[in-house]
Design a protein around this ligand. Structure first.
Ligand code: CAA
Length: 259
């Protein structure tokens, strides 16, 4: 366990870097220092050659019940503009390694937005996702209206965002917001199993596939395919491409080194 953090728990399990939000008494409400810690821990893992995949979860009965309402209730618009706090959140979008989210209980508001920063999402049966900001007289500010709409399309996103209603794990799965629903008891185990599975793949391929898939969300198909092609060519500069193809020809398992 890494002790440099106060609001999160950070550890490594083999080649998986694990970040767990740790303010369970307030359902992991995300305050600014917590965002700073999350970003720091994830960026450190992104730079660590021994870590291949990052897992993000929440301790206690929630993943995160949103941004900390107590921290922002008296804020003024100008304070928020000058604080420019969401640039910290933006840094998560630059992380190169796959981030897998494990969600149990509430993932609301900023908690849902944090989950939407993950590349793959596993959820327990009891998970509930939603944007209750509308009932607080505000709206999502860390990407919720954009990421949810890209994932589920305009009509359904509009409905969830305007009502503030919560979607169950089953509904989230149905709309393609998450990847898997598993029992609460098995959430961590199944997430780690999946993380370990992809951690065995060639690290540079993981990196460039993630990057290319994310571009598909923003680019036209033509631009996206140009981007994909360049990344495909780039992998031929890696030792792992030579190793992967040689291993196939020699009928053995490849030994990838991330170079
Ligand atoms: N901020 C601050 N504290 C929070 C919190 C939040 N987002 N969510 C929960 N808590 C605190 C509660 O105040 C409570 O603290 P006390 O024990 O000191 O009273 C503790 O966590 C436990 O919560 P509840 O007693 O309310 O638990 P519950 O099971 O009855 O209800 C809940 C759970 C439905 C999630 C409810 O806590 C709730 O509605 N939370 C707020 C959800 C929300 O509105 N999130 C959006 C925030 S705005 C945002 O995120 C903006 C953005 O886009 C960045």
């Amino acid at each position: 366990m890494n002790n440099r953090y106060e609001l999160i728990e950070v550890s490594t399990q083999g080649s998986i870097g694990v970040v767990a939000l740790n303010r369970p008494k307030v359902l992991n409400a995300i305050n600014r220092p917590m965002v700073a810690e999350i970003v720091r821990a994830i960026e450190d893992f992104d730079r660590d050659d021994n870590v291949k995949v990052i897992v993000l979860s929440g301790n206690g009965r929630a993943f995160a019940a949103g941004a900390d309402i107590d921290e922002m209730s008296n804020a003024t618009a100008i304070e928020l503009e000058l604080l420019n706090q969401f640039t910290d959140w933006d840094r998560l979008a630059w992380v190169k390694k796959p981030i897998i989210g494990a969600v149990q209980g509430f993932a609301l508001g900023g908690g849902f937005e944090l989950a939407l920063c993950c590349d793959i999402l596993f959820a327990a049966h009891d998970a509930e996702f939603g944007f209750p900001e509308i009932s607080l007289g505000v709206m999502p500010g860390a990407g919720g209206t954009q990421r949810l709409t890209k994932l589920m399309g305009k009509s359904k996103a509009m409905e969830w965002l305007l009502t503030g209603e919560r979607m169950s794990a089953k509904e989230a799965l149905h709309y393609g917001v998450i990847n898997r629903v598993v029992s609460k008891e098995l959430l961590q185990e199944e997430t780690m199993k999946f993380a370990n599975k992809i951690a065995k793949q060639a690290p540079l391929s993981l990196r460039l596939i993630k990057e290319s898939v994310l571009k598909a969300v923003d680019y036209s198909i033509y631009e996206g395919m140009q981007y994909e092609r360049k990344n495909f060519y780039l992998l031929f500069a890696s030792k792992d491409q030579k190793e992967g193809m040689r291993a196939f020809q020699e009928k053995r398992k490849p030994n990838f080194e991330g170079e």
